[in-house]
Design a protein around this ligand. Sequence first.
Ligand code: PAF
Length: 273
Amino acid sequence: MQILKTVQEVRQFRATCSGNVGFVPTMGALHAGHAQLLKSSVSQNDHTIVSIFVNPTQFLAGEDLDRYPRTPEADIKICELCGVDAIFMPDANEIYSQIEPKILAPKELSSTLEGATRPGHFDGVCTVLTKFFNIINPTNAYFGKKDAQQLLIVQHMVKSLFMPINIVPVDIVRSSDGLALSSRNSYLNDDELAQALKLSRSLMKASNLIKANKLNSLEIKDAMSSCLEPLKVDYIAIADKSLKPIDSIELGNTIILIAVYVGNTRLIDNLWV
Ligand code: PAF
């Protein structure tokens, strides 16, 4: 496995790849959820390139850019075990210069939910991914469904900018007690980890109501709110795949999304219905 630091090194490596190239963009602190992305890419492509880059432009002032977990040695081992061919681990100076264009995420998809609390976040995501897609030129790129809004925005960007890349969604990986895996779970103490289980339990409650044919969004949201008490809820949303709120569940076209504070840590989770 090669560790590449510069754009030139990536381009040279890419030129040696024949067949399909899978790309898994990450910010490091890899966990079993990332491993699922890596394994999907390795099994579906001739070569897999992973990026590990804590992208400064997607963090707002005052967010956790400086304390975001960085575990490069463990990350390299995970990539090696999963059969990755190359890791791109650039410095910020390699990716950004003083004068920068910005790729704007479409307002319709990026101003609600995560974007309402984190304005500009998705512009940073779209900008860095456009750069990575241009550097790596992957056949397939892998994204977790846990970041549902990010996935929908990236799918839209690739389509509307005519980028010849297939975006592959990968299912959420959960711990045995239901917590969706996230690098930010490392901020939680034991008590907060127990509290964090309320997120997946509230989605489970929603799922059970839907199975019992209770499809009214308000009713489902009320039941979820009760499950989440006493945590501070940022949002509970029931939306279609264009992220427009819907009054009633449409099977196959609904996402239930939540963002909740556990202590000072903001966690997100969702259910694709
Ligand atoms: O989901 C992430 O980890 C990041 O948003 C991504 C896609 C690697 C872009 O920095």
